[in-house]
Design a protein around this ligand. Structure first.
Ligand code: DGI
Ligand code: FE
Ligand code: FE
Length: 195
């Protein structure tokens, strides 16, 4: 398909200044990681730009986008409103912005939880969301260092951080996030990679 960058930039107007800056930074970081690891740089730039496009859309409106898109939420997804924007965002890209690229749609769909068997592009967006320029967690340097060693190491650090925070609060954890975590943990145990 023909990508209409000007239109996507206008779409960012639906976001607050802070989240627009985040989206532009994730786009830039995703392009950098894509170039480094051999993913499609253009797709990474676009998926990064639009990954949070429905993050500030009211929850009821997001649920309508999801339902109209033919998606039935799992129990964990329904209970965790922070997961909705990844799902409604991918439906918005498909049904409103006419995206037909499955890899871009999945990169947006799984950018919050990750999943087992992520493509290169999905991992790039998952990691870029953690390492974008404006992120300032205490251990940001550590995750950036892992991300520069390998996408799996960057993704794994991010998953460990998110899963421990969620379990610390007693929040539900999506099976996709758990299987993403287990997949990388097992591959590290097998010595295919070291952390
Ligand atoms: O949209 P961003 O703020 O840029 O980042 P994000 O899409 O990674 O969203 C982060 C939020 O999503 C954070 O508050 C933790 C939450 N989250 C991530 N994985 C899970 C989750 N929440 C639940 N309940 N379950 C998960 O597996
Ligand atoms: Fe997000
Ligand atoms: Fe984000």
């Amino acid at each position: 398909m023909q990508y209409d960058i000007d239109r996507y930039m206008c779409e960012l107007d639906r976001l607050s200044q802070h989240r627009r800056v985040h989206s532009l930074n994730v786009s830039k970081e995703a392009a950098r990681l894509a170039a480094r690891y051999g993913a499609d740089v253009k797709k990474a730039r676009i998926a990064g730009l639009l990954h949070d496009i429905t993050k500030e859309t009211p929850p009821e409106e997001q649920l309508k986008i999801i339902t109209d898109g033919g998606i039935i939420l799992t129990d964990v997804e329904r209970a965790s409103s922070k997961l909705w924007h990844a799902i409604s965002g991918s439906v918005y890209l498909r049904d409103v912005l006419s995206f037909d690229d499955a890899d871009i749609l999945n990169a947006v769909r799984y950018h919050t939880t990750g999943r087992a068997g992520m493509s290169l592009l999905e991992k790039v967006i998952f990691v870029a969301d953690f390492t974008s320029a404006e992120r300032d967690y205490e251990d940001i340097d550590v995750i950036r260092r892992y991300a520069d060693r390998s996408l799996d190491q960057g993704a794994f650090y991010g998953l460990r951080f998110t899963l421990s925070r969620l379990s610390g609060r007693g929040s539900p954890i999506s099976p996709d996030a758990l299987s993403a975590y287990n997949e990388i943990a097992l591959s590290l145990l097998e010595g295919e990679d070291t952390i």
